[in-house]
Design a protein around this ligand. Structure first.
Ligand code: ADP
Ligand code: MG
Length: 386
């Protein structure tokens, strides 16, 4: 690829592999700027496919589907990390693909991810890679109690087991199918945070402010963003670490880096996502440029400017559970009219008709003039939703 960047101007067609909610919000951002969008996803009802100009319903590795995508668009991105890196590599033969297959391949594999963090000099949890029975037997006792995680395909706490003893570790590896895993020492977490960076093909990098995240049952529940949500020194460390991780991958696109803050105040990097992230959704309503617009800009080689948080914000994830909050059987639409009566509430729903427990249906961004007011509105909204 030439180094002189010629931007893809509005009117061009941008493509995405994957049709979930992240693809849908990316499509909305792209369309707002005058781009056409194309989605490749096997599901005919995919949230992004439903709002795009082109929807190719094939498997991610279907040669004809990939050819069709390449024919209708001028650049391609991905909205989830488990898209086969091969599909990205195939597309890259004929058009710009960001992030690159090589970067996505690192994010897809916890063992490679950890090795990358070590290479960047960023602190990681003590861990061991377990691909073979010999490696399992050689695990050091000081990693217990720990969390055994499959190296590939885990998300939202899936593909993970907490293990306290060696017997539990052995049984756990068998239960996970003896697939390649990483055992991580269980760390005393004081809090969790994340940083989203966007990096252009020219190496320019910008970042969203540090997000403080609260999880419930392994799934992100709440993100809080305002000045002082985490101590300044930690925020600075996290931003620098996130940039180092992106830089070292020669990353192009939007990258989320998740961190643990330990009880003693130390910062440890947890994992990366090679795409916009649930913890960055607040940027749609609280920043002057959203993570989805940043994704559009990076893939179109448009300028990146440092995002500015203009309002303290809380993001509440809306899981399918809410549709059953007041009934055990029938799906009932939550009382949006009551939630939207609160000032500064911004409702985002992903167009999924079937609510299921644990399924991400949407999110609510709450902005206010002060963190206290945003928190109070978030508590009221949560009480209304049950
Ligand atoms: P996922 O891909 O499912 O998001 P994570 O590695 O982020 O997987 O783990 C999910 C959650 O489990 C984390 O957000 C954190 O709350 C908890 N967790 C993961 N690893 C550790 C650890 N080593 N020590 C303590 N808690 C952990
Ligand atoms: Mg995670």
């Amino acid at each position: 690829m030439s180094t002189a960047l010629k931007p893809l101007l509005p009117g061009s067609t941008l493509g995405v592999l994957g049709g979930g909610q992240l693809g849908r919000m990316w499509a909305h951002a792209a369309q707002r700027m005058g781009y056409n969008t194309a989605v490749l996803d096997p599901d005919a009802q995919s949230p992004a496919g439903l709002v795009s100009h082109h929807h190719i319903h094939t498997d991610y590795l279907d040669a004809a589907g990939l050819k069709q995508l390449a024919a209708v668009c001028q650049a391609v991105t991905t909205e989830f990390e488990n898209v086969p890196a091969d599909a990205l590599a195939q597309l890259a033969a004929t058009l710009p693909v960001s992030p690159a297959a090589s970067a996505v391949a690192v994010a897809q594999d916890r063992a490679r991810e950890k090795a990358h963090f070590v290479k960047c000099g960023v602190p990681v949890a003590p861990h061991a890679v377990i691909d073979t029975p010999e490696q399992l037997a050689a695990v050091n006792d000081n990693l217990l109690p720990g969390i055994l995680k499959t190296s590939r395909m885990g998300y939202d706490g899936k593909g993970q087991l907490r293990v306290t003893t060696r017997d539990e570790l052995n049984a756990g590896w068998a239960k996970l199918g003896k697939v390649p895993c990483v055992l991580e020492k269980m760390l005393p977490l004081a809090s969790e945070c994340s940083v989203i960076v966007a990096r252009g093909r020219d190496g320019v990098m910008v970042n969203l402010p540090v997000q403080r995240n609260l999880h419930r049952d392994g799934i992100l529940a709440v993100t809080e963003v305002f000045a002082g949500n985490v101590p300044d020194v930690l925020a600075q460390q996290a931003i620098e670490a996130a940039k180092a991780v992106a830089q070292e991958l020669n990353y192009v696109g939007v990258l989320c880096v998740e961190f643990f803050v330990l009880a003693d105040g130390a910062l440890v990097v947890n994992e990366i996502a090679p795409r916009p992230h649930n913890s960055g959704h607040y940027s749609q309503d609280a920043c002057d440029v959203s993570q989805f617009e940043l994704q559009v800009r990076t893939m179109a080689d448009l300028p990146l400017t440092q995002p500015r948080l203009h309002s303290p914000a809380f993001m509440l994830n809306l899981l399918g559970d809410l549709w059953f909050a007041n009934t055990n059987a029938a799906q009932v639409e939550p009382a949006w009219q009551k939630v939207l009566a609160l000032p500064g509430t911004h409702l985002h729903l992903y167009g999924k008709t079937e609510a299921r427990v644990g399924r991400k249906m949407g999110h609510l961004n709450i902005t206010a003039p002060t963190p206290e007011a945003a928190r109070a509105a978030a508590l009221q909204a949560a009480a209304i939703l049950g």
